[in-house]
Design a protein around this ligand. Structure first.
Ligand code: 5GP
Length: 181
């Protein structure tokens, strides 16, 4: 399918992997799953910026229990479409993590290197629990040492953009998820 979208700046998009309706339906299911998974205790939803910003804002509105939101900023990709393997922390959450259920929300898991680094760092703050919610999972995860408890969709091993995910900071505002290949 070729979709002409002025947001894409003339780029031809051959394949929409997940359209808006499908994303909305899955995010609603995830919200219900997460609500059930945390019957009590303080829940802090920690979004990994920038890629998770749209997913996180939709997801928290589907979680029907009290929660707090904060963000963590790590830089791992630059302008390349392949993983550099380096993770740089740019912003550390100011909210207290100790004793809370922490749900780390990530846009996409590729090699898992970003999450390995962040999970180790967050675990050291003594949360009550620490889990991962990822919108997309490329299922390579050769190096991921932690289970992804909540997954939106399995993702083919292609470079995808939209719904918060970028290519060189472009395309984050596209409301569906497309492959650039
Ligand atoms: P990992 O550390 O798991 O290899 O990489 C995770 C990060 O790489 C994601 O948070 C995301 O920023 C970036 N990334 C991995 N695959 C893709 C992709 O297909 N599209 C985009 N836009 N970013 C990706």
């Amino acid at each position: 399918m070729v979709k002409a979208d002025p947001r894409l700046d003339g780029r031809a998009v051959n394949r929409i992997l997940f359209d808006e309706a499908r994303i909305a339906a899955r995010v609603a299911e995830l919200g219900a799953e997460i609500t059930r998974a945390y019957p009590e205790g303080e829940l802090l939803v920690l979004g990994l910026l920038k890629g998770s910003f749209i997913f996180l804002s939709d997801l928290v509105r589907q979680i029907t229990r009290p929660l707090q939101v904060d963000f963590i900023v790590a830089s791992s990709y630059g302008d390349a479409t392949t993983s550099s393997g380096t993770v740089r922390l740019v912003y550390d959450p100011e909210t207290k993590l100790e004793g809370k259920h922490i749900l780390l929300v990530e846009d996409i898991v590729d090699t898992g290197r970003t999450l390995n680094r962040l999970m180790a760092l967050l675990a050291a703050r003594n949360p009550r629990s620490l889990e991962i919610c990822a919108l997309l999972d490329k299922k390579l995860k050769n190096e991921l040492k932690y289970p992804v408890k909540f997954t939106g969709f399995d993702c083919p091993n292609e470079f995808v953009v939209g719904y918060g995910l970028d290519h060189a900071e472009n395309f984050r505002h596209i409301p569906y998820i497309v492959s650039l290949q």
